[in-house]
Design a protein around this ligand. Structure first.
Ligand code: SAM
Length: 262
């Protein structure tokens, strides 16, 4: 008699909440399918293959990166006969990205490392086209937040500098097993043509300002020794505000103005 494969216990340390609701699996795959044009698909954290099973028949090339050794082995066995599917057992955060262009990412991200994974992608954004990702609702709200709201943060600026994020729909905890305590949100992030190396200094500047987000920008700048005596009226108006009140465009202008002073 064939022995039924036993499912290993979900590991909280790896953020394992598997998407078991078939309606939501289909809803996600429909979104991916609707704009798919033969690009390489990279699934981060395929887990037990909830989304993978639907991606295999549509993808021209599918790369699966799974940190869990046992789950990666199962996927390797399941897809051993599929030449277009490559299963890699690795921590995505440490993994060397392939040199492909226009990669489409599909991921129900492990919530504990979701921001690290996204920042790694943004730092090498030239390889990517669109990210279809699931995040904890609160984090998704930060990704799309606008200035002067409590969710507008350094993470919002990362997301909006390197992509056009769009909220698609929410998923209730009951769509997953084990059930998480939080609601999830499915998003599409269309990657912009931007080079991290050229944005590095701006991001450092932003981090410095948002470290003291309740303070006026002028206070933060003074504390870091920037001379503010002979500045224009329009610049004075800007630094009289809190960083969280400025748009990314205004923060950029401010960054260039401040660079002239030092
Ligand atoms: N995609 C599956 C689904 O929707 O049912 C699983 C999603 S589960 C939320 C997150 C998956 O990411 C798990 O399979 C976990 O083992 C894997 N994972 C966690 N950290 C990872 C990392 N740093 N690199 C790659 N995979 C990771």
């Amino acid at each position: 008699m064939m022995q039924k494969k036993r499912k290993s216990r979900a590991k909280r340390s790896l953020g394992q909440n598997f998407l078991v609701d078939a309606n939501y699996q289909n809803k996600i795959i429909d979104v991916v399918k609707n704009s798919y044009n033969g690009e390489t698909i990279l699934e981060i954290g395929p887990g037990r293959g909830a989304l993978t099973q639907h991606l295999v028949p549509i993808a021209k090339k599918l790369i699966l990166v799974e940190k869990d050794v046992a789950l990666a082995k199962q996927l390797q066995e399941t897809y051993a006969d599929h030449d277009h599917v490559l299963v890699i057992q690795a921590d995505f955060i440490k993994w060397d990205l392939p040199t492909h262009k226009d990669i489409i990412v599909v991921a129900n991200l492990p919530y504990n490392v979701a921001s690290q994974i996204l920042i790694k992608i943004f730092k090498q954004s030239k390889h990517f086209k669109t990210l279809y990702i699931m995040l904890q609702k609160e984090m998704a709200q930060r990704a799309i937040a606008i200035p002067s709201t409590k969710d507008f943060s350094v993470f919002s600026i990362w997301c909006q500098l390197f992509s056009l994020p769009q909220k698609l729909f929410h998923l209730p905890p009951t769509a997953f097993s084990p059930k998480p305590k939080v609601t999830s949100t499915f998003l599409a992030l269309r990657i912009c043509e931007r080079d991290y190396e050229e944005e590095k200094e701006f991001i450092l500047f932003i981090k410095q300002l948002f470290n003291q987000r309740r303070k006026k920008i002028s206070t933060t700048l003074k504390n870091s020794g920037i001379p503010l005596e002979n500045i224009s009226d329009s610049l004075r108006d800007k630094i009289d505000k809190r960083a969280e009140a400025l748009s990314i465009g205004e923060l950029k202008e401010l960054f260039f103005d401040i660079q002239q002073l030092v």
